[in-house]
Design a protein around this ligand. Structure first.
Ligand code: AMP
Length: 306
């Protein structure tokens, strides 16, 4: 990226996990996952990513290297006694739906995120999918942030709705998939859900619709970007987090929340997410060449040039 020097860093707080995933065609066991892992590797193509999280003593140097090899600053990832967060899921035949078979919070159960002094003034913050109580604690420590994005999922909508509403009232943007948006807002349409969620606090909502693309809703603003259409879909895990990493990375790079920048951020999020689904774990987004990323970006823009 030519303008990378001017890019502002992105502070990411989220899960760093081991994922065990079954799809109709394959499986991965105890592979690197977690919201912060996907967000930070995706964002690293746009800006400096700083991660705060926790792992257990089963988390090895080669797992950490997958992030640090991308220039991700992992000094804020605390290593503590116990097991790393573990998520187990199984995808249905169509790969659009999945069942969570196990969520073992492990070291997250007693985690209290302390944002290092040096990170506290970071202007852009991404609250990855974790316990909303932890997201609230991060907000307390990053009060001067210019722009805060957040993600969540059904697990927290089901188990921590009150704290989730509290977080929502303090953030600028929520990334959420369509099913979870309707569940959170108790609405039956994407537009109805977006309006109800914006009334809860965030100025912007990005609703992700899998292979049907994503829509950003803001003040007097609705932007749609289709998904990159692929035949080689291996494992969608982390696509949402990767999307957020690409989106926030572009905002960190460009700074302004203009219509054009927001539309481009949607496109970069879409492009990065398309690489995640082509492989298990973070394999699809590690070591991508600039040429490969730009070619896919052109492919996406060609689809919407009428
Ligand atoms: P996505 O496919 O983008 O929704 O993100 C999947 C990632 O979220 C996986 O790598 C999981 O490790 C992580 N994850 C799943 N459940 C939770 C949870 N309850 N809290 C935090 N992270 C989770």
């Amino acid at each position: 990226m030519s303008s990378q020097q001017q890019a502002q860093p992105l502070l990411i707080v989220g899960s760093v996990a081991f994922d065990s995933v079954e799809t109709p065609t394959g499986r991965a066991d105890m592979a690197l996952g977690g919201s912060a892992s996907f967000v930070s590797i995706a964002a690293s193509y746009f800006t400096q990513a700083l991660v705060v999280g926790v792992v257990g003593d089963d988390f090895e140097a080669h797992h950490m290297a997958r992030m640090s090899d991308h220039g991700v600053d992992v000094r804020g990832i605390e290593k503590t006694r116990g097991k790393t967060f573990h998520w187990r899921g199984r995808y249905h035949e169509d790969l659009n739906n999945r069942d969570t078979l196990e969520t073992a919070l492990n070291v997250f159960q007693h985690f209290n995120p302390i944002i290092p002094e040096a990170y506290r003034g970071t202007p852009y913050v991404m609250l990855g999918n974790i316990d909303p109580k932890l997201q609230l604690s991060v907000l307390e420590q990053t009060k001067g942030a210019r722009f805060v994005g957040m993600d969540t999922m059904n697990f927290w909508i089901d188990t921590a709705r009150e704290a989730l509403h509290d977080v929502l009232s303090h953030v600028d943007l929520l990334f959420i998939n369509d099913e979870e948006a309707m569940q959170l807002a108790d609405q039956w349409t994407v537009l109805g859900a977006a309006e109800a969620i914006r009334a809860m606090g965030p100025k912007y909502v990005v609703i992700k619709r899998g292979e049907f693309g994503s829509v950003l809703f803001g003040p007097d603003l609705t932007l749609f970007v289709p998904a990159v259409l692929l035949t080689n879909v291996v494992d969608p895990t982390g696509a949402g987090d990767t999307f957020a990493g690409g989106f926030m990375g572009h905002i960190c790079k460009t700074g302004e929340l203009t219509r054009s920048n927001l539309a481009q951020a949607l496109a970069w999020g879409t492009v990065m997410a398309s690489f995640t689904v082509e492989a298990f774990s973070v394999d699809g987004i590690c070591n991508l060449s600039r040429e490969k990323i730009d070619a896919r970006h052109r492919q996406l823009l060609d689809m919407v040039r009428y």
